[in-house]
Design a protein around this ligand. Structure first.
Ligand SMILES: [Fe+2]
Length: 183
């Protein structure tokens, strides 16, 4: 599967542009994490890009979300390892995170929302001027972007990453695709 095929499939299944942007942002963070750990950047990036492909098909039904997604990514030719990461990123199934890929996707997913919200409250609504220290400050404000699960972000510790480094890495990765994110 090429990246273009993966993105085409995402666009074929997800109409909401904000959800597509969330998946692009997750891809960017996953690529940066793969580089950080010397892992397969394509594998990690495509897993991030595809991870919520079923989100509109399952209509917020957490009992099916990511199960259908795992099936869809398998059909697209993704490896079992990638499908497993997609499957276990939804905790509702009670499937444990085993690989570094599983753990990376789990903590990268909510970081995107925190960073996007951090950009949107800036006067210019742009990522470029957003500093890691302000994202770290926002991290501690529980009511800010409350949907961005802080405990889940903090599980970057499962990768052996300090929270500060993870936030910096995620922010820089998203700045790299700011134009695609409309930020
Ligand atoms: Fe997600």
């Amino acid at each position: 599967m090429t990246r273009e095929e993966a993105l085409d499939s995402v666009r074929a299944n997800v109409e909401n542009e904000n959800l597509v942007k969330h998946m692009l942002a997750t891809e960017a963070i996953m690529r940066a994490l793969a580089r950080r750990f010397g892992e397969d950047e394509e594998e990690w990036g495509l897993t991030g890009l595809l991870h919520d492909i079923d989100v509109e098909l399952t209509e917020d039904d957490m009992s099916t979300h990511s199960k259908l997604g795992a099936d869809l990514v398998r059909e697209l030719g993704a490896s079992e390892k990638m499908a497993h990461a997609v499957l276990c990123h939804n905790e509702a199934h009670g499937i444990s995170r085993e690989t570094m890929l599983d753990k990376a996707l789990f903590c990268a997913d909510p970081l995107t929302g925190l960073v996007i919200a951090g950009a949107l409250v800036r006067p210019d609504k742009k990522l470029a001027g957003l500093e890691a220290k302000s994202v770290k400050k926002r991290f501690k404000e529980k009511s800010f972007a409350a949907g961005a699960n802080r405990e889940q972000i903090a599980l970057c510790s499962e990768l052996g990453l300090e929270l500060d480094e993870f936030i910096e890495l995620g922010l820089e990765a998203m700045k790299g695709i700011a134009r695609s994110l409309g930020l």
